[in-house]
Design a binder for this molecule. Structure first.
Ligand SMILES: Nc1nc2c(ncn2[C@@H]2O[C@H](COP(=O)(O)OP(=O)(O)OP(=O)(O)O)[C@@H](O)[C@H]2O)c(=O)[nH]1
Ligand SMILES: [Mg+2]
Length: 617
């Protein structure tokens, strides 16, 4: 029961481990996760909880191998349609003794299939058939084929075989070396499922050679322990049934197996253990796929973050390297300070200077405002262009990645910057400029500044401060830096004459940091459009961890569960059947018994039956 709990935890971890991004491994891993969940629901969990439930033998194999004919012949009447049209069986048929009704009428096993009491061709339904002659404790399931062109048949057959305690694998003398059935058989053998093979339609003359050859193939491929039944080619009767004697050994084998509690439990445990081992082996693939999704999201996030970080950096540099000291800003500034007046003023002694400068600034307040407007629109253009460029960089980085392309296709709005960007940029600059003016006003009101900065002169001082920020000369003089540098030197001297150089440095630094922080905030909100989309994907690194932990727990609990149980891997199928019928043999004698010295029953079959020449196989 401990094991059932840890398997249920694995089931839930797998179910929650979503793979929404179409990465190279996600389709296969999602299907693995679905298969494991289905196998847990269809077989492993119900079987663990009810080890005493009837033995379910699933009859599987190629289309036309004679699966439905075999099940009909085993019960002696038509319970599943047979036919010459390939494939015939579409919907599975489950046959059991009415006494076992309670085991099958509910959704204990194969809960995804709808129970039906009538013939159906719907792959989603499971037809239930009562058969009083079948021993209680044994159920037979006729499955659709594993290899026809109908894909739904193949997936359903795989699901049904995954739910089997025993695979009754039907092949024919004509097709026993086909690749697809062998793939299924090998997968089952690898998993340790209990298997028995029925070789159908063996021409009487080939009853020695063909079963022996199949026996050899089985031995070579790790199926040495699986019983092999050879059924000679015969005519079917008017109902399409094989002569009773032809299938009697198989019927006896199944009946004996289901009646022998220990033997049955060994078969069940072996398959169950194999199924658990296989899902334990497959589940880490799903965890790895979840990790890949997480890695893809991280990569996309990093791409977007880098794109916008670059915009923040560019604005930080270009708002300080003189780029903005061009055109409008310079001409508005020159309109404001004039050509010679202010310079002359600045040449005067400091003691008289302050009042003169402040007076000058107050007198030209409107022009100062124009400088601010020009500075603001220059900044606005720079930030908007960088915001758009960052968006473009993020989009082209995402386009280079399949997951990125998928996310962009789902979110076409990311193709360009947000529609609010222009308004946001304008507001950001407005707020910053009004903060700069406030800063200047506060500094002017402080004790250290003797000059009175009036509401009018604040504009002028503020404009000078912005210019100083826009060209952080780092010691470049007017001659080296050209017109812009000359302008800044003037602005700087002007400011220093009002506040003193220490305060000017501090003010410029504070205002620049404030601008950078605002730009960073603005770019962060543009970046958030990209990261929000990633955040909404149902991808969670925790899920991968949960799957791994669940797998580890199942492995530990399996060992606890196995202690005191018959170790499933050691179950010896031939031994189970000893005494049941001579048609079943251990590896060493199997082929010999079924061919060279067939069972008394088989001899009767051959003696009484007219070979079906027309079949030509
Ligand atoms: N003569 C003869 N015909 C057989 C034998 N086994 C099957 N057939 C015929 O072969 C055809 C296919 O048999 P089915 O039992 O429908 O085959 P199936 O494996 O169930 O095929 P699907 O349902 O398509 O997967 C039918 O026409 C059967 O009557 C046999 O041993 N002898
Ligand atoms: Mg069939």
């Amino acid at each position: 029961m401990v094991l059932a709990a840890s398997l249920a935890a694995l089931r839930s971890a797998l179910e929650h481990g979503k793979l929404p991004l179409e990465l190279p491994d996600s389709k296969a891993s999602a299907s693995t996760a679905r298969q494991i969940v289905a196998q847990l629901d269809d077989y492993v969990l119900p079987r663990l909880v009810n080890l005493e439930a009837p033995l379910l033998a699933v009859i599987g194999g190629s289309t036309g191998a004679g699966k439905s004919t075999l099940i009909n012949s085993l019960v002696g009447r038509v319970v599943s349609e047979t036919g010459v049209i390939r494939p015939t069986t579409r919907s599975p048929v489950l046959v059991y003794n009415p006494a076992d009704e309670h085991w099958f009428s509910d959704e204990r096993i194969l809960p995804g299939l709808i129970r039906s009491r009538v013939t159906s061709h719907d792959q989603r339904s499971l037809q239930l058939v009562h058969e009083p002659t079948l021993p209680s404790g044994l159920a037979l399931l006729d499955a659709p084929d594993i290899d026809s062109v109908v894909e739904l048949n193949r997936t359903l057959a795989t699901q049904l075989l995954d739910a089997a305690d025993l695979w009754l694998f039907v092949t024919s003398a004509a097709r026993y070396a086909d690749a697809v059935p062998w793939e299924f058989l090998l997968a089952a053998a690898e998993r340790g499922a209990s298997i028995a093979v029925v070789l159908d339609r063996v021409p009487p003359g080939a009853m020695v050679v063909v079963p022996r050859d199949l026996g050899r193939l089985m031995t070579e491929r790790g199926l040495a322990e699986a019983p092999l039944f050879a059924v000679p080619e015969t005519l079917v009767d008017h109902l399409g049934l094989l002569p009773d004697a032809a299938v009697a050994p198989i019927r006896t084998y199944l009946a004996t197996l289901s009646a022998d509690k220990d033997a049955k439990e060994r078969v069940v445990r072996r398959t169950l253990d194999g199924a658990i081992a296989s899902l334990v082996a497959r589940a880490p693939e799903v965890a790895a796929a979840v990790d890949n999704q997480v890695a893809a999201v991280d990569l996309l996030r990093e791409d977007a973050e880098k794109s916008f970080a670059e915009a923040v950096r560019t604005v930080r540099v270009q708002s300080a390297d003189g780029t903005l000291l061009r055109g409008e800003v310079l001409s508005r500034w020159h309109d404001y300070v004039g050509t010679g007046d202010l310079m002359r003023t600045l040449d005067q002694k400091v003691s008289r200077l302050r009042d003169r400068v402040v007076g000058f600034l107050a007198g030209h307040s409107q022009r100062a405002e124009q400088v601010g407007v020009a500075a603001g629109s220059g900044l606005e253009a720079l930030i908007s262009a960088e915001g758009a460029a960052a968006n473009e960089r993020a989009v082209s980085a995402w386009q280079a990645h399949p997951a990125g392309r998928q996310v962009l296709a789902d979110h076409p709005e990311l193709a360009g910057p947000s529609s609010e960007l222009p308004a946001l940029v304008a507001r950001t600059i407005r707020d910053w400029q009004s903060d700069v003016l406030e800063l200047v006003g506060k500094e002017g009101a402080s004790k250290r500044t003797t000059a009175r900065i009036t509401a009018y002169s604040v504009n002028g001082v503020g404009a000078a401060l912005m210019l100083l920020i826009f060209f952080n000369t780092g010691g470049i003089t007017g001659a080296e830096g050209g017109v812009a540098a000359g302008t800044v030197v003037l602005a700087q001297r002007l400011l220093e004459s009002v506040f003193g150089d220490e305060a000017v440095r501090r003010l410029a630094e504070t205002a620049k940091q404030d601008l950078d922080a605002r730009v960073e905030g603005l770019m962060a909100s543009e970046l958030a459009r990209f990261t929000a989309v990633l955040d909404r994907l149902p991808i969670d690194a925790q899920r991968a961890e949960e799957i791994c932990q669940a797998v580890a727990q199942v492995s530990r609990d399996r060992q606890i569960d196995a202690a005191g149980q018959v170790v499933a891997a050691q179950a010896d199928l031939p031994e189970l059947s000893s005494g049941a019928t001579t048609a079943i043999a251990s590896d060493a004698t199997r082929v010999e018994l079924t061919t060279v010295s067939p069972s008394p029953t088989a001899e009767v079959v051959e003696a009484e039956l007219v070979p079906d020449e027309g079949a030509g196989r």
